[in-house]
Write a protein that binds this ligand. Structure first.
Ligand SMILES: Cc1cc2nc3c(=O)[nH]c(=O)nc-3n(C[C@H](O)[C@H](O)[C@H](O)COP(=O)(O)OP(=O)(O)OC[C@H]3O[C@@H](n4cnc5c(N)ncnc54)[C@H](O)[C@@H]3O)c2cc1C
Length: 442
């Protein structure tokens, strides 16, 4: 399908050397490049395809602190503030709007879960409010379903995935970063036990400091250097609708679907927790680590054998640095959307909000969500590769926290005070047996 993302005018080729090299031009890599460049360092970002071409342009655009894993709340709060500042600084519309987000449910168990979360999140000063059944109806007018309760965060909101990442890349370039598209990093050069360069398809960039923010491809990249990262891709389906009036100007999450208002008057719609898992060598390798998570979601995820076995981030690939790498073979990971899920979502929308009868999907797309077993990202130096910081595994909710995540990655790479406590995001937790739990609130 054609690219769904705004385009930048990239730097034609990488420089021979840089203080910091960023691998991957999604929201996290672009923000890392921006914050490193803003501190006066020379920065080169290499992107195998186009800026924002993968998850960062395919997501729903929710920017929230509500109902997150507690470990991520400080990062979410910094990010909300940063979205506002960045929108002003870019002087471009990132689509950032604090229009509020509402979760609604027919299950008392969900209400109890949210109540508990609201208590635990209270010390952070999160603005969130439990809704009675009556208030839930009022917050999503016209609903034909008997919601028993909900939760509302008035200061959360959305940004526009197709616009944000390229606009932030342009800002990073204004601060001096070189941003090169169609330039895959094939691997690292090491000297004296630490990183000394990044080998790309356009030549080697000498550097002492690498930030790897390459999304669903991180595990494959690390495996090439003998480092383990349990990671799994779930293929999700999303779509945007024809313009429709009513229900909400913000976002609503129901048990079957989520939608949020778009500036063109339609909604961006996703299917809550639904998706497809393709059996592939990487998945088999990390099956044990992901078992608790998949066990709790089997009813929502379909499993099949697909092209992932031989191609893409989960295939079993070997390459040498002077050869075309798997990253160059798939410039933009573009899984097909599932029509059956689109049909189900449209039916569920009309069942919940009959006044939206006639709503149509005018564009649909797929996206591969890069999960870790506990649903938290890794933003951390990798002990076996001195000079290398990983920022990946954002598990379906890293767009909203992209600014602070990129900031943290830059802090760690440059040895500056971290914007938030990085302990929950250490790499070791995924390989030393510390993590046994499935994701909680994500
Ligand atoms: C359907 C869907 C809905 C979502 N909804 C939300 C939401 O509402 N809110 C939210 O906060 N999050 C959401 N997310 C999650 C969010 O999109 C991601 O967590 C976030 O975009 C991850 O950003 P990233 O920069 O880590 O990765 P990506 O955006 O995937 O970027 C990684 C980049 O690295 C590049 N790359 C890979 N390997 C190499 C290499 N070797 N050399 C050079 N470049 C390389 C890739 O081409 C890619 O462009 C959703 C995701 C999906 C798919």
């Amino acid at each position: 399908m054609p690219l769904m993302v705004d385009r930048i005018t990239p730097t034609p080729k990488p420089p021979p050397a840089a203080d910091v090299v960023v691998i991957g031009g999604g929201i996290v890599g672009v923000c890392a490049a921006l914050f490193a460049a803003r501190r006066g360092h020379s920065v080169a970002l290499v992107e195998k395809g186009v800026i924002g071409g993968e998850q960062s342009s395919r997501n729903w655009g929710w920017v929230r602190q509500q109902n997150r894993d507690i470990a991520e709340i400080p990062m979410a709060q910094h990010s909300l503030r940063m979205w506002e500042e960045l929108q002003a600084e870019t002087n471009e519309d990132l689509g950032f709007r604090r229009k509020g987000l509402v979760y609604v449910t027919r299950s008392q168990a969900d209400v109890a879960l949210w109540e508990n979360w609201a208590q635990v999140a209270k010390p952070f000063g999160v603005q969130t409010r439990m809704l009675s059944a009556k208030e839930t109806q009022e917050m999503s007018p016209g609903s034909a379903l008997p919601w028993v309760g909900g939760v509302h965060s008035p200061t959360d909101g959305r940004a526009e995935p197709r616009l944000a990442c390229p606009a932030l890349a342009r800002l990073a370039m204004r601060h001096g970063a070189a941003i090169v598209e169609n330039c895959a990093a094939r691997g690292l050069e090491m000297q004296g036990g630490r990183v000394s360069g990044v080998v790309t398809e356009m030549g080697t960039i000498r550097t002492q400091s690498v930030i790897c923010a390459n999304g669903a491809w991180a595990s494959m990249f690390l495996r090439h250097h003998g480092v383990s990262l349990p990671q799994a891709s779930i293929r999700a389906t999303s779509f945007r609708t024809s313009p429709v009036a009513g229900v909400t100007e913000g976002g609503i999450s129901t048990p079957k679907f989520t939608f949020r208002r778009r500036e063109d008057g339609g909604f961006t719609v996703g299917l809550s927790g639904r998706g497809r898992l393709e059996i592939a060598p990487q998945g088999l390798r990390y099956a044990r680590e992901f078992w608790p998570m998949f066990k709790s979601r089997f009813d929502k995820i379909s499993i099949r054998l697909g092209r992932s076995f031989i191609e893409g981030p989960e295939a079993w690939s070997k390459w040498s640095l002077d050869q075309v790498s798997p990253f160059e073979r798939v410039r933009v990971l573009d899984p097909a959307p599932q029509q059956s899920l689109i049909d189900q979502a449209l039916a569920a929308i009309v069942e919940a909000y009959p006044q939206l009868a006639g709503i149509r999907a005018v564009e649909s797309w797929g996206g591969a969500i890069d999960w870790t077993p506990d649903g938290l990202p890794v933003i951390a130096p990798i002990a076996a590769l001195p000079g290398f910081v990983l920022a990946a595994g954002f598990s379906g909710h890293g767009f909203g926290t992209g600014p602070a995540s990129g900031h943290l990655a830059a802090d760690l790479a440059l040895g500056d005070p971290p914007i938030v406590d990085p302990t929950p995001f250490r790499h070791e937790r995924l390989i030393d047996g510390t993590v046994a739990k499935a994701p909680g609130m994500v």
